[in-house]
Every structure is written in C-alpha cells, then in structure tokens.
Design a protein around this ligand. Structure first.
Ligand SMILES: Nc1ncnc2c1ncn2[C@@H]1O[C@H](COP(=O)(O)OP(=O)(O)O)[C@@H](O)[C@H]1O
Ligand SMILES: C=C(OP(=O)(O)O)C(=O)O
Ligand SMILES: [K+]
Ligand SMILES: [Mg+2]
Length: 589
C-alpha cells in the first residue's frame, strides 16, 4: 500500500470576526504529494498533517464508520456529588479529574496513576469512595486472598461507585500464581515466630484450628524438595528458618530470624546461598485455580488481569488468546508481573507480548539480591516506555504506613524516584488492603507525584530517553511520527493540552509514551477503552460519541468541555486523531 503524507502549515491572523489562512508553507511527502484542501478557515494557528492511502482516502474502515452510540451515556452521572448543572451528558469524564481540572487548571493535574489493593481495610463502600475521591485510578483485587464472593462484592461496589458518583475506577485482578506459599494460618491475621522456636512446615491438610506452630505449605513436592540445612525465607526474609529435620510430609524448622508471619506469605528456600528453583520452575504460571479465577474475572468484566510469576511470553500469548475467545466486549488487558529470575531473563519478549508490566518488587526482592532491585526497576520502567507498554511500580512503597500515619523519609524518596523515572502507575498493597491508613497512604502518593511532576516541568528537565520506532506497518509509523511530533510541538509551544481522538486507545498511548509537559485529553467512544486508559501516564480519558469529521468533533468537544467549565476560550491545544491522521494547533474558540 502506498501512502501520501501531505503537510502544510497555515498561520492565520485574527481580525475581530474573520480568520484568514495563508498559503501552505511546508510540504512533507513520502509518496504522492497532494496539498490538503482547506474548506473552512480554522481557528488561529493550524498545522495539518494528513496521511492517506494513494488508492483511496476512505479505505480505512474507521473513515466511514457511523457515529458510535453510547452504552451508558445519558444520566449516568445523575447521582454525582460533582454533577454539573449544564446538560452535557454526552461526554463522560472521571469526577475527580473534572474537579482537579476546574480547581487547578490543566497543567497541575496529576500524571502518575495510582492503584490501590483492596482488602479488609478498604472494601467498604464509603472506604472505596474515599479512595476514589483521593485519586485511586485502579482498584486491585489479589486472588491470593479472600473468596470469589468477596471479590465479586468489591467489584460490584466499585461499579456502583462509578455509576452513581461519576468515577471511572478500573478493576485489576491479580492471579495467585503457583509459586510456593504458606497457607492462611487457620484464619489468624498473623503469627509471631520467635528466635529459636521450632515450627512444623507441612503439606498435610488440617481442619481448623491448626496445631500450634504449624504452617501449611501449598506445594505438594515441598517436603521432598527441601534438604536439611536449607534456609527457608518467608516474604523474602521477613522471617527466616533453617530446616533441621524431615519426617514424611513434615519439615521441622528452627526460627533463625524472628518476625511476623502473614497469611499466604511467599516462601523460598535457599541452599549454599542460592535460590533453589529447579522444581519450582516446573510449576505452571497459571494454575488450575488461576484459570477458574480468570474465568471469574472475564465473567465479571474486569479491566486488567495481572499474571503473577510470569516466566515466558508464551503464557501471556496463551492467556490473551483465551481472553479474546471468551471476553464479552473484547479486551481485558494482560499485565505481566515481573517478579522472578525467569521473567528478568525473558524480559523484552514478555513485555512485547503483554499489554503492560508490573515491577512486583515484593517477590522480585525475594529472588534476586535486594541491592539489584532498584536497577532492575529502572530497566523495566525504561524498557516498557520504549516498547510502549504501561508500567506499574509496586510493593512496599509506603510499607511503614500499614502501621503509622506518616511514611518514612526513605519511603518518600523511593516514591519520588519512581515518579521521576516516569513509571505510569504506583501501587499500594498492604498499605491500602489491611493497613490502618489507606487514605493517608494514597494522599502521600498523590502529593509526592504532584510535587515531583511539577518540579520536573518547571525545570524543563526532559529525559533524554531514546524512543525507538515500534510501528509494525507504515500506517502505524505515521501515527507514531504524528504523536512524537505533536508531543514535541506541545512542549515547544507550551500548549495547555493535547487532545487525542482514539477509538482503541493506541494514539493516546503513543502520546503518553512521549511524557509531554501538558496533560493529554483522550477521547474514546468505548467505556472499556476509557477505563483501560486510566493506567497510562498523563492520560485523562473521556468517553464521547464522535464522528469521522474532525472539525465537528472539535467543535462538539469544545462546547461540551466549556459548558462543564473544564476549558475556556483562548486555551491553546493540539489535537491529533487516529481517524484522520493530522496535527492541529488551535486556540479554543
Ligand atoms: N482480599 C483480601 N483479604 C484479606 N487480606 C488481604 C486481601 N488482599 C490483601 N490482603 C492483605 O494485604 C496484604 C498485602 O497485600 P498484597 O501485597 O496484595 O498480598 P501479598 O503480599 O500477600 O501477595 C496481604 O498479605 C494480606 O494480608
Ligand atoms: C505485587 C506483588 O505480587 P503479590 O502482592 O501478589 O505477591 C509483588 O510480589 O510485589
Ligand atoms: K497475586
Ligand atoms: Mg508477588
């Protein structure tokens, strides 16, 4: 297929009521050169870069697609405490974003997205609402814990919150995975292991209550695999035992580093200073229980499935094709958790195969030396950005806030570093799931993000990360070039916002990848795409019905956003779209 890329810049001067457009002054062409006819004057300054197939301008099906109809447009915000008096129900935006925009203006909105793991400390409707108000973009449920009924209840509450209060919180389901972990302590919330105590680790099943100082282990091969003299590390070393005797299914262990045992804590064993993982590596990434959880997630329509202990790209591809065949409205994004030696070994192909990645530092730190975790984090964040996949930095960001209302200085420094690295999202685990201060922890993440992002912009310290071309077709290359150029222009011209009209979210993610100074308003026709864009850096997803006529789309958007007080006349914006590949620079009329 041959393409023509035609570009021209028109600069117009504005007299009181008319616009005039001067002659085209720039042409770029990779094929047939053809000036784009301008039928109507465009406001103030316009650069149009238009790409089309040589054979037909309309051979892309999206060009001729009819206006898409909203599946939950009208009235969905009626119960919102942020409800607007103007009838603008045909645009949907997260209530928190709307308030932020109105109160602080474009530039100061938060770019880094926030994920909260939901647990007993945060599963109440009011608790969830408080987290949503505080800026939770994604609620994570961890299938390691709780029952499916409990998870269903959380999902229903989040959905109700979205519908009744105008939030757009997405849901991420995290699989248990089949790594070795302890049982649930017979229902106790924790157990204390003291120095010198002998505990029994066993593969036997017990009816509660558990015998004293007994830990059940989920892996049947456990007693066969460990050897006397091995070190058993709970949660990467929070508690340490030494194997002193094996008796059938029971393994007697001496506590050598005392500490608190938590239900279902991860368990690794070490021999001669090395992680023992031969048999472990034979365990499936997705267990039979995980498949049932995945079916549950598909049935419930979760937005993301995070896969624990990914070892290779194969399992991700397998899951994605499974989802494609089963999921009702298409897509659930698959997030690869990087938390094992194998995942580091196959990093690039795993990230390529996935829709996003998580630096799961909890288990990662139990598999590699702790001092290696920060550099791996940096590497994963950078690679994800290069490959255009959203990346989450997770675990122990504010661990001390499980117990205390303020974080340690070191934790704040760690969060700052993750924001400075420009990861897409930060995640709370125990802090929001079972800590005493879920909301306060989220506020810390939000405030640190805002502060670092602002400093970064003020200092104009744009990272010199090389963004290699990722397009797999010429048409994709055009989208990529348009987004790279639009983001650069947005920085140079100091525009207020980038607008992107994107049906499947791809153009929005390409803009996000550039980490521009201004926020990116992403307009999409599908609620599911809008929720998924919640995970990506700098994107403010809106759901809007629009046509393939960009001029009418822009006018519609301007009037809807103006009516809601989210933009005003004179604001400078750059608009791009995946229907009509163009860059337009204009002031809001
Ligand atoms: N659904 C739940 N029910 C009960 N407790 C939970 C739940 N989700 C998380 N938790 C608690 O929060 C802690 C931290 O959550 P997370 O990091 O997701 O789990 P883990 O570290 O066990 O993999 C867990 O160890 C558990 O104590
Ligand atoms: C996020 C992680 O996974 P999980 O909490 O499921 O162990 C981690 O290990 O850091
Ligand atoms: K998990
Ligand atoms: Mg983990």
């Amino acid at each position: 297929m041959s393409h023509a890329v035609n570009a021209f810049v028109s600069s117009s001067s504005r007299s009181p009521s008319t616009f005039t457009i001067s002659r085209p002054s720039v042409f770029v062409s990779t094929g047939n050169l053809r000036a784009v006819p301008v039928k109507k004057p465009l406001p103030l300054r316009t650069l149009v870069v238009k790409a089309s197939s040589a054979s037909s301008d309309l051979d892309d099906s999206s060009h001729s697609s009819p206006v898409l109809v909203s599946e939950n447009g009208a009235g969905s915000r009626s119960g919102s405490m942020f409800a607007s008096s103007v009838d603008s129900s045909s645009i949907e935006v997260d209530a928190v974003t709307e308030v932020e925009l109105k109160e602080n203006g474009f530039r100061s909105t938060r770019r880094t997205k926030l994920i909260c793991t939901i647990g007993p400390a945060s599963c109440g409707f009011e608790q969830l609402e408080a987290l949503a108000v505080e800026g939770m973009n994604v609620a994570r449920i961890n299938m390691c814990h709780g029952t499916r009924d409990w998870h269903r209840m959380v999902i229903e509450r989040v959905r109700r919150l979205n519908e009744e209060k105008g939030f757009a919180v997405a849901i991420m389901m995290d699989t248990e995975g089949s790594e070795i972990h302890m049982g649930d302590l017979g229902g106790a919330s924790s157990a204390k292991a003291e120095d010198g105590e002998i505990w029994n680790f066993t593969v036997r099943a017990f009816d509660p209550p558990l015998p004293e100082r007994t830990i059940t282990v989920n892996y049947d091969g456990f007693a066969e695999d460990v050897r006397v003299g091995d070190d058993l590390l709970i949660d990467g070393g929070m508690v340490r035992f030494e194997v002193i005797e094996k008796i059938g299914p029971d393994v007697k262990c001496l506590c050598t580093d005392p500490g608190l045992l938590l239900p279902r804590a991860n368990l690794t064993f070490w021999r001669d200073g090395k992680l023992v993982r031969e048999r472990n590596a034979m365990l499936p990434t997705i267990s039979s229980k995980d498949w049932l959880d995945i079916d549950f997630g598909i049935a419930e329509g979760v937005d993301f499935i995070a896969v624990s202990f990914v070892k290779s790209a194969e399992v991700i591809k397998h899951l994605k094709s499974y989802i494609k065949a089963r999921a009702r409205d298409g897509d659930i994004a698959v997030i690869a958790k990087i938390e094992s030696i194998d995942s580091l070994r196959n990093l690039e192909e795993i990230i390529q195969a996935s829709d996003g990645a998580m630096v799961a530092r909890g288990d990662l730190g139990a598999q590699i030396p702790l001092e290696q975790v920060p550099s791996e984090q940096q590497k994963i964040v950078q690679l994800c950005r290069q490959l255009n996949r959203p990346v989450i930095v997770a675990s122990q960001l504010l661990e001390s806030m499980i117990e205390y209302p303020i974080p340690t200085r070191a934790e704040v420094a760690d969060v700052s570093e993750a924001v400075r690295q420009r990861g897409d999202a930060l995640m709370l685990s125990g802090e929001s799931a079972m800590g005493q201060f879920p909301e306060k922890a989220l506020t810390v993440l939000r405030n640190v993000s805002l502060r670092i992002e602002r400093r970064w912009r003020e200092q104009k310290r744009r990272e010199v990360i090389e963004l290699p071309s990722i397009a797999s077709s010429f048409s994709d290359s055009i989208s990529e070039e348009i987004c790279n150029s639009a983001a650069k222009m947005a920085n140079n011209l100091e525009v207020d916002a980038l607008f992107v009209y994107t049906k499947n979210g791809h153009m929005a993610s390409l803009l996000s990848r550039c980490r521009p100074d201004c926020p990116i308003f992403a307009f999409t026709t599908a609620t599911s795409v809008r929720r998924r864009l919640n995970l990506q850096w700098g994107l403010m997803p809106f759901r809007l019905n629009y046509s393939d006529d960009m001029e009418s789309n822009l006018n519609k958007t301007f009037s809807l956003l103006k009516a809601r007080g989210m933009i005003k006349s004179g604001d400078l914006i750059i608009a791009v779209s995946d229907m009509l590949q163009s860059i337009q620079v204009m002031n809001v009329p």
